[in-house]
Design a protein around this ligand. Sequence first.
Ligand code: IPM
Ligand code: MG
Length: 364
Amino acid sequence: MTSYRITLLPGDGIGPEITAVARQLLDGVSRRHGFHLDFDVQPMGGAAIEATGEPLPASTLAACRSADAVLLAAIGSPQYDTLPRDQRPETGLLQLRAGMGLFANLRPVKIIPALIDASTLKPEVIEGVDLLVVRELTGGVYFGTPKGRVESEGRVRGFNTMAYFDDEIDRIARVAFDLAAQRRGRLCSVDKANVLDVSQLWRDRVDLMAQDYPAVALSHMYVDNAAMQLVRAPRQFDVLLTSNLFGDILSDEAAMLTGSIGMLPSASLGSDGPGLFEPIHGSAPDIAGQDKANPMAMVLSAAMLLRVGLQQEAAALDLEQAVDRVLAAGFRTGDLMAAGCTLLGCQAMGAQLLAALEDPQGGG
Ligand code: IPM
Ligand code: MG
């Protein structure tokens, strides 16, 4: 039987709760499709700080690099916000992305019809939205040097550097062009080329690459305009290509089109080696340990892991259909709750998802 090694990183806050649900579903779906998953649970983020003093122990990074795919729940908690930056959970995540060479972050945003009323935006604005944010993940201002804080002549100056090499832009642009070619053939590259030199280089490189993709319609948009267009007329977008910081901001904004950030998965990929799959949402420390978390973004991240990481398309579809079915049957976690629906906690939602997976014809 085909067997895969999955490194699981439950992390902090609601992470362990949603990881438990995803694991049950992955076990169920792998059994149905005749392959085996070996789970290797590793500490990361605040959980790793407690256990080892660092947010990304070398043993965790090594386990991730040697796995077939990595599934991460969420990291971070306010109690670590006062630690020196190199000891914070978020730094562990950046080290993991860099250490695994995960330069391409894919964040799909697709409206689920059953949830159209969960959005704060009008149904006619978001109906039919199906876009993909392709965010550069190991460069830009997140990693640029020099950076730091200096004191001189009685003033303090904090600074970071937004920088890209041409080849860093090229490799992420290629990912975006390839995906646009497989989708609806439209690519919008988002930058701030009217102000930033680094963005002008970005735009020049993307324009050059467009020559290799005559079937893809390329446009450019300034990031401030893109932020506006995302809530004004989001259906205009197919693939959005952007840098690390702009992608961080725009992907949270795009997530809210769907009404809940609790529904959105993501994939982070390198040029070879395993991918990292994680929900876009954070560790939600305010509801941690209360069995209130929405496990669906985590389950959909597991589906992306199956599809993109392990090429198990049929199993991925099964998980996605289980989510659709449970929503269509009116089951909701608190973040999505609406009149006439049935409120469930994290575990009960997991049980419904499992039931929908095991009995695809039954239920709603
Ligand atoms: C994300 C998160 C991270 C980021 C944080 C937790 C470091 O916001 O994945 O979008 O800024 O990249
Ligand atoms: Mg973010």
